[in-house]
Design a protein around this ligand. Structure first.
Ligand SMILES: Nc1nc2c(ncn2[C@@H]2O[C@H](COP(=O)(O)OP(=O)(O)OP(=O)(O)O)[C@@H](O)[C@H]2O)c(=O)[nH]1
Ligand SMILES: [Mg+2]
Length: 467
């Protein structure tokens, strides 16, 4: 599509930085080994200052590590990965020493010392992976999967991140992009040769091909949504009148005594959050102060915080006492909280606790209310299942790879542009071609073909140092 200058914008930009960079690659703290990693265009001068023997490519050399004064710091392994066969695609040197914070600091300082005059500096967060991306070792979705694998909060999330890392997500994006490129080439060929007087709509099954691309995008979006749930999870706020068992429910879901429980109404003052895994989906559960009119200034702040939590929740779980299932929380405070929930567009769930005292059966009733006992655990499975359903979780089998909100947004944009493409043809094929170009661009932003520099900076800055 070379005749469209927009397509040539290599927004991902500037050539990879040339400065050699160094950082600890292992987590801070004590460990059996610690790794310090260096990356740069040519590390030969640095290597020859650090070692008095040559390092054979990809061989583990065992020996002492010394500081600038020649004093031994530690002994360990040095491995050199000459460009381009390394994580970053540049020359990489890895030093494996003992994993103590002080020995790591000493070794890091010795490397920086040896790198004086060679431009060696400490790496920024994510800079190794950013270079890997800029050197074409990974695409952007794969680079994000590196961070998601490290941050995975469940085995399920880790497995799905692993699959995105090896490129399963990117491959699906690319397949759709290839089909879209064909459609674009056809439409643009018609534009380039208007004298041929071809009507693109009646030629080459254009509508059918667009349709098939459109449904591939929809299918990928559905799968990616599952993957994003595994990563982003959901936030559930437990709200209700004092003493109905909100804190007990948090403890029951977390299987831990996270919150203080007493039979005194007004026990909880602060917001308390705990993330639990339900089928591998991270669910942040927030316990709040009971909603009631009060003169206690501390409790009032707690109630304000409860409303703040409600405003940002994905699901508001209204908890009430099963012995008074039809009680209306008509108090001014409660109705304000209910209004907050409605305005924020959170899903709402009515849950009746202390079913053990009520004689009612646990589980979901015909009006969709869930009867539970935080104390005995009755009905909690139904509640967990309902929370996952509200989040749109379709089960582990439907999740194929991890994804991010950014990817969902790009797929949605792509879908909208494709939807607009055919109708746009009525006003001219140039407009149609433009919609297709924008659809293509949205897809390309997932893998980083078209991604603005500031977005890249933002993505990589969330990585840890040394990654
Ligand atoms: N029998 C029975 N008692 C429960 C159940 N859940 C909670 N309780 C009791 O109800 C009382 C209040 O529980 P909490 O969890 O502190 O209630 P809360 O809604 O957090 O109360 P505030 O923090 O004051 O708003 C405690 O004595 C709990 O032991 C339940 O399912 N069955
Ligand atoms: Mg409480």
């Amino acid at each position: 599509m070379g005749d469209h200058p927009q397509d040539r914008e290599v927004l991902s930009g500037e050539s990879p930085g040339d400065d050699p960079i160094v950082a600890p690659a292992t987590a801070p703290g004590r460990g059996a080994i610690g790794v310090i990693r260096v990356s740069g265009c040519d590390l030969s001068p640095l290597v020859s200052r650090l070692f008095d023997f040559p390092l054979i490519a990809r061989h583990a050399h065992f020996g002492p590590f010394r500081d600038a004064a020649g004093e031994v710091i530690d002994q360990g392994l040095a491995i050199r990965f000459p460009a381009p066969n390394s994580y970053t695609g540049e020359d990489v040197l890895e030093l494996q020493c003992h994993g103590g914070p002080v020995v790591m600091q000493l070794l890091l300082r010795a490397v920086l010392e040896a790198g004086k005059g060679l431009g060696l500096r400490l790496a920024r967060a994510g800079e190794f992976t950013e270079r890997a991306f800029l050197n074409g070792k990974l695409d952007l979705a794969q680079a994000e999967a590196v961070a998601d694998l490290i941050d995975a909060g469940s085995a399920q999330a880790a497995r799905m991140a692993g699959r995105a890392l090896v490129g399963e997500f990117s491959d699906r994006v690319r397949k759709i992009a290839d089909a879209l490129v064909e459609v674009r080439m056809f439409v643009e060929a018609c534009l380039d040769f208007p004298e041929e007087d071809i009507d693109p709509l009646t030629q080459g099954d254009l509508a059918a091909r667009l349709d098939s691309v459109r449904s591939d995008v929809a299918a990928l979006l559905a799968t990616a949504r599952q993957g994003a749930l595994l990563r982003e999870g959901m936030t559930v706020v437990i709200a209700g009148e004092p003493n109905v068992g909100k804190s007990s429910l948090l403890n029951a879901l977390a299987s831990a005594e996270v919150a203080i429980v007493t039979d005194l109404p007004g026990t909880t003052r602060d917001r308390l959050a705990q993330t639990v895994q339900i089928e591998g989906v991270p669910v942040e559960i927030i316990d709040t102060a009971g909603l009631r009119l009060t003169d206690d200034p501390v409790e009032r702040i707690g109630i304000d915080r409860a409303r703040g939590g409600i405003a940002t929740a994905d699901v508001v779980l209204w908890l009430a006492d099963a012995r008074e299932p039809d009680r209306d929380e008509a108090g001014a405070i409660a109705s304000e909280a209910i209004r907050t929930a409605r305005e924020s567009g959170a899903a709402e769930l009515r849950v009746l606790n202390k079913v053990d005292l009520s004689g009612h059966a646990p589980g979901t009733d015909e009006s969709g209310r869930i009867w539970i006992s935080a104390q005995t655990g009755a009905g909690l499975e139904a509640l967990r299942g309902r929370l996952l359903a509200l989040a749109g979780w379709q089960g582990a089998a439907e999740a194929q790879f991890i994804a991010r909100e950014r990817h969902l947004q790009a797929l949605r944009t792509c879908g909208e542009r494709l939807d607009a493409a055919l109708p746009a043809a009525a006003d001219g094929f140039e407009l149609m071609a433009e919609e297709l170009r924008l659809a293509h661009r949205a897809l390309g932003s997932i893998t980083g073909e078209f991604t603005a520099d500031d977005l890249l900076g933002e993505i990589f800055s969330r990585f840890c140092i040394g990654k």
